[in-house]
Design a protein around this ligand. Structure first.
Ligand SMILES: C[S@@+](CC[C@H](N)C(=O)[O-])C[C@H]1O[C@@H](n2cnc3c(N)ncnc32)[C@H](O)[C@@H]1O
Length: 294
């Protein structure tokens, strides 16, 4: 049977990203989260030199095929953006005029059978990079129930954290399938007579993914490293998708503004337009903050 074509990632806030980044010919830009390559492609098309990173090797393979790159003016690299300063140095690609972070997962990730989607019978893996040793299923097995509950509450504000932690420990003894794990969470919500608009497993899956991929730690390290490679008046754009990420970005921008290292250009975050919300459901929780290096 022929394999279904991948539903490709549609970039969010693309116009707004280009307005703030203002790509110029022969200037250097880092796309710290390549994904479907939407921003990299456009910056390159407008004459910018681009280095694109993605921690997921399969994403880099897909992008190379789709765009017939790399070439002299658009390079791609597998790597964690926490180490972006090292990559820029190794590629002799600094100082930079702009950096864009578009956090989280691409649309392709939900079709890769790696346990990111609630509908998958695939194992609950959730690693972005195969070199990470622990899958989400391993993590549920290793963590004590109480600690798991604390993480679910802290990372995703899950109100049934304790019950869910208990159910996760129990379910993971019988199965590692993402679908079965999601169902156990749905059952808890139903027992409480709730049918939330978002799938009941959304918060738990988010928290597990964040733990497996150490997302908070990587984001903090990536933001700090950006200051090393941006040139004066270079711009830092960050698109986040939940309040945990946004808090880290907001606090970093404020702290660096206090030290006179950054000037914040967006007093309030930029949200997608009504029009974009209608055509791209993945944009529904996106918000962008921008700052300029002083
Ligand atoms: C929302 S997608 C980016 C979409 C892209 N801007 C586009 O328009 O197609 C986020 C990407 O960041 C990657 N990613 C997540 N954490 C990363 C990290 N620490 N370092 C590098 N890439 C990361 C994911 O693998 C994913 O492909």
């Amino acid at each position: 049977m022929a394999r279904k074509a991948l539903d490709w990632h549609q970039p969010v806030l693309l116009q707004e990203v280009l307005e703030y980044l203002q790509p110029r010919k022969r200037r250097r830009y880092l796309d710290a989260t390549l994904g479907g390559g939407g921003y990299s492609y456009e910056i390159h098309r407008q004459g910018g030199l681009v280095l694109s990173l993605d921690w997921d090797p399969s994403i880099v393979v897909l992008a190379k095929k789709r765009y017939s790159c790399p070439n002299a003016s658009w390079r791609l690299r597998v790597g964690n953006f926490a180490r972006l300063a090292t990559f820029c140095q190794e590629e002799n690609f600094c100082p930079l005029s702009g950096i864009i972070f578009d956090l989280g997962l691409s649309r392709m990730h939900y079709q890769m059978r790696r346990g990111f989607s609630f509908k998958e019978t695939a194992p609950l893996d959730m690693r972005l990079n195969p070199h990470l040793q622990e899958t989400a299923a391993d993590l549920i097995r290793r963590l004590p129930e109480k600690q798991l509950a604390v993480f679910l509450e802290r990372l995703a504000q899950e109100k049934y954290a304790r019950e869910i932690a208990q159910a996760l420990k129990k379910t993971i003894r019988k199965t590692v399938s993402a679908k079965e794990v999601a169902k156990a969470i749905v059952d808890i919500y139903y027992r409480h007579g709730e049918q939330p608009k978002l799938h009941p497993a959304t918060k738990t899956f988010l928290a597990l993914r964040m733990m497996v991929n150490r997302e908070e730690k990587n984001l903090s390290a990536g933001l700090a490293a950006s200051l090393w490679v941006l040139h004066s008046r270079g711009r830092l754009l960050v698109i986040s998708f939940h309040s945990g990420e946004d808090r880290i970005v907001k606090a970093f921008f404020r702290q660096q503004e206090g030290k006179r290292k950054l000037k914040i250009l967006t007093k309030q975050p930029i949200y997608p337009s009504e029009r974009e919300l209608k055509v791209n459901y993945l944009s529904r929780s996106a918000r962008m903050r921008v700052a300029e290096k002083i």
